[in-house]
Design a protein around this ligand. Structure first.
Ligand code: BGC
Length: 742
């Protein structure tokens, strides 16, 4: 009897031990929603709390008892960020986290090619899978409101339509790998300096017509699985827990079924975090980056305190279950997704994508006397400037990478010109010699103690003896340049580059200036320098991408995704004093109100309204061939439902193969509200052999004719006369056709 009892006790203890330790795997044959409900019904309160907040800098807990793995996120958006320590920003020191650095998103947008964006997202997804990441923190779709914006390089330019067409395939490409996209920073995070304190004041029209469409497209068409709330405030609530932007617009109006992730340290208050749409809390008490408590995860707003408040009856589990449902849905789409492909790191195909995007995104801004492409045979080519040698994949904030390799512009030219031409280098100026971020160092020693006059004199002397001079200048990824957390202080080029460029152009008629940046810069010497190229931040293959364009192996086909203003006087955001930028501090200096007084008139919309001529217009981009856009026709002269089909011919009138971007803009001729002179509503990139003509079909829908009706809180298209314009730049639209919305 005693033995029997002992056996029974032993057996039942063993059984309960087994029950406690064996994962209760969920039935994989059920569809996602059924699995979500199944998992939810089995989770304890503590387990539910665990999955809605971080457990380390970039991960949150799964539910091991149910076989749900921990969830790992990572930046984003140009490559997969190297691993940091569990609770510190220093490097973990992995040997398998060197990645392919893809061109920055400004370059991707400048390709005007949705296929490039899909390939980009997919390649990035494969890298993320290899690294065990379930979510990439990107892409960024905040609108380029001012050229001072420190993070513009991570975004897709000034136009909501172009941004929408690029973000959708990026998200789809990435998520086809079973890796979630976390589209950021939702919303109105258009400058950096006071990003934690800025409260944006904006009209409903500007919000809906300019600043939200990129997010809306990512959600409705791209079906993004994640959205990152922005640091700043809107209607006096932080955007990581904002009743209006998250609960109403994102989740209710757009039907978003994914997770809202806080930007790192963007949650500020338990009650709002519980009620106002936040689903996963990351980075709290890290002050975004460095300060605060260590291993503070239990202290998060959506952690133990929330659990206690539920147990004490302050909240029911209604909001909690809703958050957990979304997190579980994310798990089943990513870590628990059995259809996921395998991941690859640094594969050839990823480098090809990086090169392709660079090739399609580099913009030829100016080419007087056809100085470009360089005819190198037997020539002496002088390369000048710090940006010819400086690695740009390290720095700039959270998008900083540890690239497997980065080919500098100088190396690219040397590689391509080996045995064909002599390539010399002069430093020209010393800018910023630092090269580290979070413990990743470039390993470059860029120190040069010579005086600025000495460097300038050397470059000018060498320029006199060269057949061509290629100056690589612009910005870099240090603070107050193209860098997270700060904005630029001026639109001028730093480090006295203007003086250097002018001096070189004065002694060499074949001077080419390549600008490396994610932002427009002032170019007071523009008329003296025959050729100007916008070279972005191009990642691993930068040097190859640039050399191929300069030498004509690639015919440039990038077009500007933003207006290249002459100076800040031309910028809407800078035309209303400090109230409109950077804002005015409230008493107590905790909140700074920034009122977007230019409203919907951002970029070319502003230039048109003010009748200003920029240095280079939105949509501008030259080629080594020439194109003619002609014969715009509307399939019908009137529409009842708002859908329109247009055809337009594009002819390559030059002697080499090339690609043009046909752009269609629409004007509402008479409307009860003030409307922009024209707005981009369709485009297509077409490749053409010399002499070839293609007829391009462009379709627009009712939304293309609509404005945001503030009274109705909805889109409205007013019947009446419209004009469609076609051409290949916002300031070069030779064709027009009229039509009527009935
Ligand atoms: C940035 C985000 C980034 C996050 C995690 C924040 O400071 O604003 O864009 O994804 O850090 O690194």
């Amino acid at each position: 009897m005693k033995n029997k009892i002992t056996f029974f006790l032993f057996a039942s203890a063993f059984a309960s031990l087994l029950q406690a330790q064996t994962p209760v795997y969920l039935d994989p044959s059920k569809d996602i929603e059924a699995r979500v409900e199944d998992a939810l019904s089995r989770m304890t309160l503590a387990e539910k709390i665990d999955v809605i907040h971080a457990q380390s800098k970039f991960s949150s807990a799964g539910v091991k008892r149910l076989g749900l793995p921990d969830f790992w996120t990572d930046d984003g958006p140009h490559g997969v960020r190297p691993d940091v320590l569990w609770d510190e920003w220093e490097q973990a020191g992995q040997t398998n986290d060197s990645c392919v650095a893809f061109p920055a998103l400004t370059c991707l947008a400048a390709s005007w090619n949705p296929d490039c964006a899909r390939a980009y997202g997919h390649a990035l997804g494969e890298e993320a899978l290899y690294r065990g990441k379930g979510m990439i923190l990107g892409p960024g779709v905040n609108i380029y409101r001012t050229p001072l914006g420190g993070r513009n390089f991570e975004y897709m330019g000034e136009d909501p339509y172009l941004t929408s067409r690029i973000v959708v395939p990026y998200v789809q490409g990435l998520q086809s790998c079973g890796v979630a996209s976390c589209v950021k920073h939702y919303c109105l995070n258009n400058d950096e300096q006071y990003r934690h304190q800025v409260n944006v004041i904006i009209s409903d029209r500007a919000l809906h017509e300019i600043y939200l469409p990129g997010f809306e497209a990512a959600v409705k068409e791209g079906k993004a699985w994640g959205i990152m709330g922005a640091y700043n405030l809107y209607k006096d609530e932080h955007n990581c827990h904002n009743q209006y932007t998250l609960n109403k617009i994102l989740k209710h109006d757009w039907g978003f079924d994914g997770v809202v992730v806080s930007d790192w340290g963007g949650a500020h208050n338990m009650d709002q975090a519980v009620k106002n749409g936040l689903d996963m809390e990351f980075g709290t008490w890290t002050d975004g980056l460095t300060m605060g408590a260590t291993n503070a995860y239990d202290m998060y707003y959506l952690s133990k305190g929330y659990q206690k408040a539920i147990l004490e009856g302050k909240y029911t589990t209604k909001e909690l279950d809703e958050k957990v449902r979304r997190v579980l849905r994310l798990f089943f789409r990513t870590t628990m997704n059995k259809q996921k492909p395998y991941g690859f790191l640094c594969s050839e195909s990823h480098y090809e994508v990086a090169q392709q995007v660079a090739a399609e995104g580099i913009v030829l801004l100016q080419n007087e006397g056809n100085v470009l492409p360089i005819k190198p045979e037997g020539k002496k080519i002088l390369v000048v400037g710090e940006n010819a040698i400086k690695m740009m994949t390290v720095g700039g904030g959270s998008s900083s990478l540890k690239a497997q390799h980065e080919i500098s512009p100088l190396q690219g030219l040397q590689m391509r010109l080996k045995g064909k031409a002599a390539v010399e280098f002069a430093r020209g100026y010393v800018g910023d010699v630092s090269g580290d971020y979070n413990g990743v160092t470039t390993g470059q020693n860029l120190k040069d103690d010579r005086a600025p006059e000495v460097l300038l004199a050397e470059a000018v002397e060498m320029a006199k003896a060269a057949d061509y001079v290629v100056i690589f200048g612009g910005l870099n990824k240090s603070g107050h340049q193209d860098c997270e957390g700060t904005d630029r202080k001026t639109m001028a080029l730093p480090y006295n580059q203007d003086k250097l460029i002018e001096a070189i152009a004065a002694v060499n008629k074949q001077t080419i200036y390549v600008n490396i940046s994610g932002n427009a810069v002032c170019m007071p010497w523009r008329k003296q320098v025959p050729a100007i190229v916008q070279g972005w931040f191009l990642g691993s293959e930068a040097g190859i991408g640039l050399a191929d364009v300069l030498l004509g192996n690639t015919n440039p086909s990038g077009h500007l995704p933003f207006t290249w203003y002459e100076d800040l006087n031309q910028v809407g955001a800078h035309s209303f004093g400090e109230a409109a930028f950077p804002g005015i501090w409230r008493e107590g200096k905790k909140i700074i109100d920034e009122e977007y007084k230019e409203g919907i008139y951002v970029g070319y919309r502003w230039m048109d309204k003010q009748k200003l001529k920029p240095a280079f217009a939105f949509g501008h981009g030259l080629s080594y061939t020439s194109f003619k856009v002609s014969g715009l026709k509307a399939a019908s002269k009137e529409t009842a439902d708002g859908n329109m089909t247009f055809t337009v011919d594009v002819t390559n009138t030059g002697s080499v193969e090339g690609s043009d971007v046909v752009q269609l803009y629409i004007t509402d001729q008479k409307c009860s509200v003030d409307r922009p002179a024209k707005e981009l509503k369709a485009f297509q990139k077409v490749s053409l052999k010399p002499g070839e003509t293609k007829t391009v079909t462009l379709r627009t829908d009712r939304r293309a004719l609509s404005f945001w009706d503030e009274q109705a809180g909805d889109w409205k298209a007013e019947p009446g006369d419209f004009i469609a314009w076609a051409g290949d730049s916002s300031d070069r639209l030779p064709c027009k056709v009229k039509f009527v919305l009935k």
